[in-house]
Design a binder for this molecule. Sequence first.
Ligand SMILES: Nc1ncnc2c1ncn2[C@@H]1O[C@H](COP(=O)(O)OP(=O)(O)O)[C@@H](O)[C@H]1O
Ligand SMILES: [Mg+2]
Length: 238
Amino acid sequence: MIEIQDLTVRFGGVTSLNQMSVHFESGTCGLIGPNGAGKTTFFNVLSGFVRPSSGSVRAFGDDLLAIVHYRRARWGLRRTFQTEQAIEELSVFQNVALVHEHGGQAAKSRRADVLDAMSFVGLDADPEAKVGTLGVGQRRLVEVARAVVGRPKLVLLDEPAAGLPDVETSALAEVIRQIPARTGALTILVDHDMSLVSACCETTAVLDFGELIASGPTAQVLRDERVMRAYLGTAEVA
Ligand SMILES: Nc1ncnc2c1ncn2[C@@H]1O[C@H](COP(=O)(O)OP(=O)(O)O)[C@@H](O)[C@H]1O
Ligand SMILES: [Mg+2]
């Protein structure tokens, strides 16, 4: 369980998160909100790129903000980014193995763990192929494989389905749904695709202008009037 208490982030005059308090219990949890709502900032706080001006994060009993950012991977934090992080000149295997190594996992299980992560996400590319030679869909799966390899405790997915065709999004949904059961990690999914969020997440939290405006069972949250209003111009979210 992740317990967020009164989390505030300011950049100069901009308040990107304003006293956000919420619990992410277990399984795959959604985090939605219009552009600029603070979703990526929240992930940046968890992964240590951004220091909040106040607030606390307890993750499975640990004070996450007290762990220096480069040790958080070792602790079990994994994330994907809105922009690809895989290194084009390296092979698929090397890209996933790098995260395994940084995550402090035993070298002797590395090969098996990397191949297992590739197979779990449905990546059927040659492990020795350079990432730069892969198509968009496969590259996205490399990013997800990097987020689930080894023994993650907390997996943060930042718009993993953006720009993917529907068929590939459905396949990805199936993978995302299975991450908690397969790896034991609590997973937080940020995405604009409400059908993906509905398919993957039993519970969802909603940010708008840095404020938490709703959280609870996904279907209920998507019907919430404040949530619908936050998505300007849309009569309904899903
Ligand atoms: N490093 C930064 N410096 C200044 N402002 C930032 C920075 N990161 C985010 N912001 C601002 O914080 C707000 C939330 O951004 P972000 O978390 O990226 O939103 P989302 O991911 O929900 O689209 C935006 O107004 C954005 O411009
Ligand atoms: Mg973002």
